[in-house]
Design a protein around this ligand. Structure first.
Ligand code: SF4
Ligand code: SF4
Length: 367
């Protein structure tokens, strides 16, 4: 039965959602957008938000993935993985262990703590899990986000429910544009006229449609009607009239998979080829003395060891401050230096940060 498979996916997905924030690679969170440092932690790398090219490459990969999955698998995401669907279903599943007359109230009782857990786990993707949990009731910001998410998740699942999927969900609209004749979907077989007219398929449908009338955009591909139809037809030795239909392995699938793989490779290559030490410098102002300018520098150390680099400028510019910059492991150090220019100064100053195997050169304007 598809229901058992969907529940297995639900358990795996729930476990992954809760455990991924605790996963570390090279001592860093495997996946987290770290709010305190405004940087993305991904597979052991740290990407500050100001590295637009990496953010752009990651976004391109995600767009390619969403388009590819949607064209090939249709709304499988909606019925099998989307939190909007699976959280509600998990609540129903747990409540189904209760006596029938307590189930409605039981679902509410289950969904409230369930939504709280989901809200807390969402925080873990932005603040380290231990820190977020420990400080939940100490930090008004964390508590505010937690309560707002909790309320929103509960309202979306328990009150709005599948009305969202049927009406305003943007992914559902995207699906309508991208699906083609071969896209996987749940469909009734109109070539078989002997349908038992038991209406089980319509009674179980969470979005309230009759799939026998043909493909409908409201269908979230949950396969509830396939299971219901199988229950009706199998005692008679018949195959269900409803099934997943479409062609997964086809030319377009290979093309989209190739595009996704290429986008992923470009993103990962750009991510992992970044140097461990990054250096930036820009003009900051004029301290008032003739021929002197201040420059603001930033040195980011993404390696696992502390690094000390020495700052220097090319002749005829002269650095007036201590040029040694010590940067602890996985930290950023910023500061200012003053440069005195001679008569022969070009339009820019070349700064070099060098030491412990690193040599980074940056140019900054000399106004
Ligand atoms: S028609 Fe079937 S697959 Fe589609 S939403 Fe209804 S029960 Fe789920
Ligand atoms: S569950 Fe199957 S047999 Fe029953 S009405 Fe629906 S399609 Fe026909």
């Amino acid at each position: 039965m598809w229901k058992s498979r969907r529940r297995a996916v639900l358990l795996l997905g729930g476990a992954a959602t809760l455990l991924i924030p605790f996963l570390e690679i090279r001592g860093r969170s495997a996946v987290r957008f770290d709010l305190p440092t405004l940087s993305l932690h991904f597979l052991g790398a740290v990407v500050p938000i100001d590295e637009f090219h990496l953010v752009l490459l990651g976004t391109l990969f995600l767009v390619a993935l969403i388009l590819g999955v949607t064209v090939v698998f249709g709304r499988l995401w909606c019925g099998w993985i989307c939190p909007q669907t699976v959280i509600g279903e998990a609540g129903e599943w747990i409540a189904s262990a209760l006596p029938r007359r307590f189930r409605a109230a039981g679902k509410t009782a289950v969904l409230l703590p369930f939504a709280a857990l989901v809200s807390l786990s969402l925080l873990w993707y932005f603040v380290p899990p231990v820190e977020a949990t420990r400080n939940l009731f100490r930090s008004p910001v964390l508590l505010g986000f937690f309560l707002a998410q909790w309320g929103a998740i509960y309202a979306m699942v328990a009150i709005v429910g599948t009305r969202f999927c049927r009406t305003v969900c943007p992914y559902a609209m995207l699906q309508n544009v991208l699906a083609d004749r071969e896209t996987l979907s749940v469909a009734y077989d109109p070539a078989r006229p002997e349908c038992l007219r038991c209406d089980r398929c319509t009674l179980v449908c969470p979005v309230g449609i009759d799939i026998r009338k043909g493909a409908q955009r409201e269908c979230i591909a949950c396969a509830g009607c396939i299971d219901a139809c199988r229950e009706a037809t199998s005692p008679r030795g018949m195959e269900p009239f409803i099934a997943y239909r479409g062609t997964v392995l086809r030319g377009k699938t290979y093309l989209l998979a190739g595009i996704c793989a290429a986008a992923a490779l470009v993103f990962l290559a750009a991510l992992w080829s970044r140097p461990d030490l990054r250096f930036a410098v820009q003009w900051d102002g004029n301290p008032g003395k003739t021929g002197e300018n201040t420059y603001r520098y930033s040195v980011q150390n993404d390696s696992d060891r502390p690094v000390t680099v020495s700052l220097s400028v090319e002749d005829p510019a002269l650095l007036l401050d201590d040029p040694a910059i010590a940067v602890p492991s996985r930290a950023r150090v910023t500061g200012r230096v003053t440069v005195r220019g001679g008569d022969r100064m070009p339009g820019e100053v070349r700064f070099t940060a060098a030491g412990q195997g690193f040599r980074l050169v940056r140019k900054a304007a000399f106004p």
